[in-house]
Design a protein around this ligand. Structure first.
Ligand code: PEP
Length: 257
């Protein structure tokens, strides 16, 4: 059984000072669990100072976004090339990027490739909207997002790719998916990955769940077959809640199916 991966997505929250304070509290509240990889995705401005502040054996850093080209006249953008060495992971295709900023399949695929090119593990976020779910299109949406997001990725590259199942209707809504929903989605994701890259890759790929995860419901997902960790927004902004989820992740591995 591999480790659990727990990612905190701070989104556009916290000043540099507040972020530093949160990590300070979190460090005090968490032990270094060999069974859990804890990853922080603060805003860009926090990355450099947190890189100096964190105990790297305890926390890794993640970018929330980046542009797929390496350099050039792209005002306001940050490239994977610039993030190289600073972050270990990067979110790609988060639903807020897809739905607020209009990111689409081809661009998301290019970002996955750019991250891999620069030794950054892409966390490819996929998930259906409430309407798509209502229309019974969840599997089609996951299929299309995986095909576009993983275009031109090799089986070997897949060692570095993480998939996060994040149903859009569950993000920030307090309306989380059931562990049963998540087990089905994870199985669908692995079937599609098997189709694209073979059975071994499908077995090995880490699949996370995200969408209104809290201290109270985290264990249910962590104990779910086919789930290797969590992507957490709101609850990651509170040191006590996030620390409790990390502890839960550590405890859940012993009883994992
Ligand atoms: C997210 O930001 O990816 C997320 C899942 O947010 P929340 O936990 O607040 O639903």
């Amino acid at each position: 059984m591999g480790k659990h991966l727990i990612i905190a997505n701070w989104k556009m929250n916290l000043t540099i000072h507040e972020g530093s304070l949160l990590v300070h509290k979190l460090s005090e509240l968490t032990q270094n669990h060999r069974t859990v990889d804890v990853v922080l995705a603060p805003g860009f401005l926090n990355l450099q100072s947190l890189n100096l502040q964190i105990d790297h054996s305890k926390f890794k850093l993640c970018a929330q976004n980046f542009y797929w080209r390496d350099a050039g006249a792209f005002t306001g953008e940050v490239s994977a090339n610039q993030l190289r060495g600073l972050v270990s992971y990067a979110l790609v295709g988060h639903s807020e990027r897809r739905h607020i900023f209009g990111e689409a399949g081809r661009e998301i695929g290019r970002k996955v490739q750019a991250a891999i090119r620069h030794d950054i593990k892409p966390v490819l976020c996929v998930g259906e909207t409430a309407m798509e779910r209502g229309d019974g299109e969840t599997n089609d949406v996951l299929h299309d997002q995986l095909v576009a997001g993983l275009a031109n990725v090799t089986s070997d590259d897949m060692k570095h790719v993480i998939i996060a199942y994040e149903p859009v209707w569950a993000i920030g809504s307090g309306n989380s998916a059931t562990p049963d929903d998540v087990e089905k989605a994870s199985a669908m994701i692995r079937r599609q990955i098997q189709h694209m890259f073979g059975a071994q890759v499908a077995r090995d790929v880490q699949v996370l769940y995200g969408g209104s995860v809290s201290m109270d419901n985290a264990r249910g997902y962590l104990d779910t077959k086919g789930v290797n960790g969590l992507l957490i927004g709101g609850a990651s902004l509170h040191a006590d809640q996030f620390a409790s989820i990390i502890k839960t992740a550590h405890q859940s591995l012993s009883g994992k199916k």
